[in-house]
Design a protein around this ligand. Structure first.
Ligand code: AMP
Ligand code: ZN
Length: 113
């Protein structure tokens, strides 16, 4: 856990969030400013700053995040969706705790990009 990290605070229950699911290693919650009808964030409980800081032992964690996204999309009834990870400021990352965006629920065959 890292001090002054809002997502660590959510993991610890020190900051409220609409948590959808928790496992031993992951938390899933609703994005506070959704950019799609369904916008979930999938985060590891372990504080990892970004993809850049991943180390070998995180391989399973990242795999778990992707499979969690797949399961959550199925639970939400999504036929198609977008998964994205912003990496570093130049990649649009604002919160420095690794997170996978799951976006979907557009009622068209083509999301409004
Ligand atoms: P990124 O630009 O990839 O770092 O995305 C960070 C995301 O976290 C944004 O979509 C924010 O709306 C979202 N966010 C920031 N603070 C919170 C919070 N307290 N609860 C839920 N989502 C948040
Ligand atoms: Zn953190």
């Amino acid at each position: 856990m890292q001090a002054d990290c809002i997502f660590c605070d959510i993991v610890l229950g020190k900051r409220s969030a609409e948590v959808i699911k928790q496992t031993g290693g992951l938390v899933v919650f609703k994005d506070i400013k959704p950019k799609a009808p369904i916008h979930l964030l999938i985060i590891p409980k372990k504080h990892v700053k970004s993809i850049i800081e991943l180390v070998g032992e995180d391989r399973e964690l990242v795999s778990d995040m992707v499979y969690m996204a797949k399961d959550m999309a199925e639970e939400q009834g999504l036929q198609g969706y977008r998964l994205s990870i912003n990496v570093g400021r130049e990649g649009g990352q604002v919160v420095d705790h690794l997170h996978l965006h799951l976006l979907g629920g557009w009622n068209t065959s083509q999301p409004d990009l």
